[in-house]
Design a protein. Structure first.
Length: 301
């Protein structure tokens, strides 16, 4: 039996719902960025609560790198249908074919950074004034600098020095033509909060988060899933491992962890005893000490 602070979780829930309603009130055209991961699933669940009994008043937007986990894509489609929400999908493959970006090559190639251009193109295509995301301040140093209403300039760039104060939960949504916002209702949540809320609300999540057997490659002290998207080194050994994922992204840069946690309760206990963050398993965050902040300045999620 897992015990959690019900009042704490309800306070976080109330805060997130308040931010979602403020976003809907301040912007005429917005979308919820959906990856099929636990944070965007919880965020969609909160959006349904925020506007019930009406339907969620904005679509889900998924930027598909083409290198996603199959389990995530299957869950994405069934989840959107169950939530009765419009699902918009834009593909990095199309951005590559159009010549807007050039695909990386080599052993450590990834499409993770390429999705920034696809996202900015989608924002322009749908004339989105704001995008709601599931980022949390505990994930990375760059995300700890975020506000609930994160201002972006007309190029989609993020500048931490230009972020507005948010005293007494008052949000400044003023912007010039062409500028937009990213909204982060889960800013004050931790990974443990998210899992405890999933347990409390009995929210379904993809099987990839639970312990399972998968063919993997050990590279640079990271466990990477073997797939057709991964360029392997000569004679690089592939072995079956018992793993699960703490975060879900591009298969080529999202690391797994050895785990036998097969239930939400076991995951909560595992996280409570962990001394590493979930993004510690993301290869793309290790390219430089400021990798996340550099991508955010370019318009990344």
């Amino acid at each position: 039996m897992i015990f959690y602070n019900l009042n704490h979780l309800r306070e976080l829930e109330s805060e997130a719902i308040h931010v979602l309603r403020e976003a809907a009130a301040n912007f005429n055209n917005l979308a919820l960025l959906f990856s099929g991961g636990k944070d965007s699933i919880v965020l969609t669940h909160l959006a349904r609560k925020a506007f019930y009994p009406a339907r969620i008043p904005f679509p889900l937007l998924h930027i598909d790198t083409g290198h996603n986990f199959p389990e995530t894509l299957l869950f994405r489609d069934s989840f959107a249908e169950k939530m009765e929400v419009n699902l918009l999908i834009r593909h990095v493959d199309d951005t590559i074919k159009s010549g807007r970006v050039v695909e990386e090559t080599g052993i450590n190639a990834s499409r993770n950074s390429l999705q920034t251009t696809t996202l900015l193109d989608a924002i322009e295509e749908f004339q989105l004034e704001a995008c709601i995301g599931g980022a949390r301040r505990d994930e990375a140093k760059a995300r700890a600098k975020e506000r609930f209403f994160s201002h972006r300039n007309s190029f989609g760039e993020w500048e931490p020095k230009n972020q507005r104060p948010e005293l007494w939960s008052l949000f400044n949504a003023r912007k010039q033509y062409g500028e937009h916002f990213r909204i982060f209702p889960l800013s004050n949540w931790t990974e443990l909060d998210v899992w405890q809320y999933i347990s409390m609300e009995k929210i379904n999540i993809p099987n990839i988060y639970f312990s399972h057997e998968r063919e993997c490659i050990l590279r640079n002290n990271m466990i990477i899933a073997n797939s057709d998207f991964l360029q392997k080194k000569t004679n690089e050994p592939v072995e079956k491992m018992r793993v699960r994922y703490r975060t879900v992204g591009d298969m080529t840069c999202t690391g797994a962890m050895i785990s036998y946690a097969a239930s939400i309760e076991e995951i909560i206990l595992e996280i409570a005893g962990s001394n590493t963050t979930e993004r510690g398993t993301r290869h793309d965050d290790k390219r430089s000490e400021a990798a996340m902040e550099e991508r955010k300045r370019q318009g990344y999620f």
